[in-house]
Design a protein around this ligand. Sequence first.
Ligand SMILES: *[C@@H]1O[C@H](CO)[C@@H](O)[C@H](O)[C@H]1NC(C)=O
Ligand SMILES: *[C@@H]1O[C@H](CO)[C@@H](O)[C@H](O)[C@H]1NC(C)=O
Ligand SMILES: *[C@@H]1O[C@H](CO)[C@@H](O)[C@H](O)[C@H]1NC(C)=O
Length: 333
Amino acid sequence: MSSTFCIVLLVVLSFSSVLSELCNPQDKQALLQIKKDLGNPITLSSWLPTTDCCNRTWQGVSCDTDTQTYRVNNLDLSDLNLPKPYPVPSSLANLPFLNFLYIGRTDNLVGPIPTAIAKLTQLRYLYITHTNVSGTIPDFLSQIKTLVTLDFSYNALSGTLPPSISSLPNLVGITFDGNRISGAIPDSYGSFSKLFTSMTISRNRLTGKIPATFANLNLAFVDLSRNMLEGDASVLFGSDKNTQKIQLAQNSLAFDLGKVGLSKNLNGLDLRNNRIYGTLPEGLTQLKFLHSLNVSFNNLCGEIPQGGNLQRFDVYAYANNKCLCGSPLPACT
Ligand SMILES: *[C@@H]1O[C@H](CO)[C@@H](O)[C@H](O)[C@H]1NC(C)=O
Ligand SMILES: *[C@@H]1O[C@H](CO)[C@@H](O)[C@H](O)[C@H]1NC(C)=O
Ligand SMILES: *[C@@H]1O[C@H](CO)[C@@H](O)[C@H](O)[C@H]1NC(C)=O
């Protein structure tokens, strides 16, 4: 065999392997740039220019096989183990077909959520959790109309909540727990779409009152515990709602619990450590699914209604109130 023939054969072979590659060249270039922007971490050593990014060998990358466009639509950047601090790469903007972006469990990821994220106009699920990402939750998120879920739990985010995200038509839930978010919950959060059913903003520094506009919401899950909220929380309750879990522990909420309506689907109610007064609603005995309850450390009074699941909870679920009495607490006198 002549050497020219060998070279021609090699060129033809390598060319055909490029042709048979499913990975879109722009996506590959974007991914390699992201890897570079993160200092080529060992965790991304499977991202190689010579292999197909749509071949499951690229850690955390998958391509759209459903529509057979094979554009990168899922990216999981977790446990990156970065040796020194890096910002969230703006080069993420060059993956315009991303549907799902998960960035998690990476201490050395720092700086703000980059504006480049706004270019991901097909993004549905955005997770940035357990990192040291800081700054505010950006207003530009409201430009990504496709968003279904926003999870920014356990980062170093601060500032106030962005009012505009309530206009996102497909948003189903927000999870912002474990940050340093301060200020009041925007009134606009009472006008999330009908699809919106889950709000978790526990372990932050929220102040002020729960907006009266929340009467319009029908949340299945709400967790606002461990903040500094005050005043009335009765808008979260209602017999006309499908609420399953209400968690408001460790705030300074003060309202008459005896006057709230109860969703028949309620399975968890944690109101511990507030200033809630009044009596326990009789309707609690009718809740078939109620399996966790804690109303301790409040200003409640009167007899604990007898029946349903209420006597299955121990004394610590009811302790340290102003004058609650009756089983499982000592009898009323
Ligand atoms: C993925 O790439 C490797 C190495 O290039 C190859 O051996 C394997 O057959 C490929 N898998 C698929 C599913 O294409
Ligand atoms: C990230 O956060 C952890 C835990 O809060 C902290 O120990 C670490 O020093 C932080 N790293 C950077 C780079 O800020
Ligand atoms: C209720 O909350 C109190 C106060 O935080 C705690 O000591 C107790 O163990 C809790 N009880 C139950 C049953 O969750």
